[in-house]
Write a protein that binds this ligand. Structure first.
Ligand code: SF4
Length: 391
């Protein structure tokens, strides 16, 4: 090996900055890709496998790339799935919402997501019946918790488990909104059967004549590119809607996949056409192996500005997510940049009180890069991406 070559040691892969000075040779790329497949989980469903063949945008989201092997990103972006308040699978960050992650596995692994990391997600752990009962008791004990988000590992992939949780949550009178986060509709649309939709519908009902009792069940579907709206996926979405369940669309901003006004505009247009409410546009988090997917935060704001001439229904809420919660990026947001260890961060005063975060999460300190501001709100530093092409 010449001195100019990188030492492709699993403990010492190159950083993105090193790559800017000298791209990897083809042989080095192959070697790094091998490490990536060893380091991270991967896999696609038969349905995705055929879609990958016809769509470059889908392929990039599911086929491992050597760039995932660069030394970059955090393994555990937030506490989801860990013991939050001592209960496995429960997360609470906000006053009004609890998150339940009954299990971690997904039927496929999106390359931009931390679920591919073996250390965090690969232990096969699920919420036990005891965990679920303790989580339900936790939610029942605090009337401020009126929203429960059941997310994944994908709840729609395990209907029996989902039914048990829906049953328990729907008995808690002050929970008025149950949300289900899913991408399984893309992974296996045939699994979204009429029977599954009827199951969801059983728990969906608000009685305005009886002092607003009951609750709504809604679905938040993650879709990132118009190619994902295949006839089968659209049919599955329509089965859910025919059962009376509303659907919100969530999108992750991904470099080279949807980071242009044309692509994102088309996706949002399809959402509106299908009666899917454009809900969130997420900036891609700085988790392991995501360097090449991450644009600047500003880029998302610019794209939404370019789409602003359309009617308001096209506008999702644009956010970046830190361990203390979502930070909204409104039109005209100006960023306060800070350089930390040679990298650009966005410093922002969050809307969240430090005391609330500590109380809700059961933690005794704020996460790294977060501090208590003078008025008690949390000041966060979020690693920005960039809009350069990556070799
Ligand atoms: S489906 Fe969702 S949770 Fe699962 S790997 Fe993809 S983005 Fe992550």
């Amino acid at each position: 090996m010449s001195e100019a070559m990188y030492r492709l040691d699993p403990d010492l892969p190159p950083t993105p900055e090193e790559l800017q000075n000298r791209p990897l040779t083809p042989a080095e790329q192959i070697s790094l890709r091998r490490q990536v497949t060893h380091q991270f989980r991967g896999g696609v469903t038969p349905y995705l496998s055929s879609l990958i063949k016809s769509s470059e945008a889908v392929r990039k989201q599911f086929v491992p790339d050597y760039l995932e092997g660069l030394t970059f990103g955090r393994a555990a972006p937030f506490e989801e799935g860990k013991e939050n308040n001592g209960i496995y699978g429960l997360e609470r960050v906000y006053a009004d919402r609890a998150v339940l992650t009954p299990y971690f596995d997904c039927a496929a692994y999106c390359r931009y997501c931390f679920k591919k990391t073996r250390t965090l997600a690969g232990d096969g752990r699920v919420m036990t019946e005891n965990d679920i009962q303790r989580a339900l008791a936790f939610i029942a004990a605090d009337r401020r918790l009126d929203t429960v988000l059941i997310t994944g590992g994908d709840p729609l992939a395990r209907p029996a488990m989902l039914e048990g949780i829906l049953d328990g949550v729907s008995r808690i009178e002050h929970v008025t909104k149950i949300r289900i986060g899913t991408r399984h509709i893309l992974f296996d649309p045939a699994q979204v059967t009429d029977a599954l939709c009827s199951l969801l519908a059983r728990y969906n009902g608000v009685s305005v004549t009886d002092r607003w009792r009951g609750r709504s069940v809604s679905v938040g579907v993650s879709l990132n590119h118009p190619d994902e709206l295949t006839p089968e996926v659209v049919a599955a979405l329509q089965r859910i809607m025919r059962a009376g369940i509303s659907i919100r669309g969530q999108v992750v901003l991904l470099k080279g996949i949807n980071d242009d006004a044309g692509t994102l505009g088309e996706l949002l247009n399809r959402f509106v056409m299908l009666a899917i409410v454009p809900y969130y546009l997420f900036h891609c988090m700085d988790v392991l192996g995501t360097y090449h997917f991450r644009t600047s935060v500003q880029k998302g704001a610019d794209i939404l500005a370019a789409l602003a001439a359309r009617s308001g229904v096209y506008a999702p809420t644009y956010v970046y997510v830190t361990p203390v919660g979502k930070h909204r990026v409104g039109p005209g947001t100006s960023f306060d940049y800070r350089t930390i260890d040679g990298r650009r961060y966005i410093r922002a005063v969050s809307p969240y009180q430090a005391a609330d975060f500590l109380a809700f999460s059961g933690r005794d300190r704020l996460p790294p890069l977060h501090e208590r501001g003078p008025d008690g709100r949390i000041v966060s530093h979020y690693l920005d991406g960039n809009d350069d092409a990556v070799a």
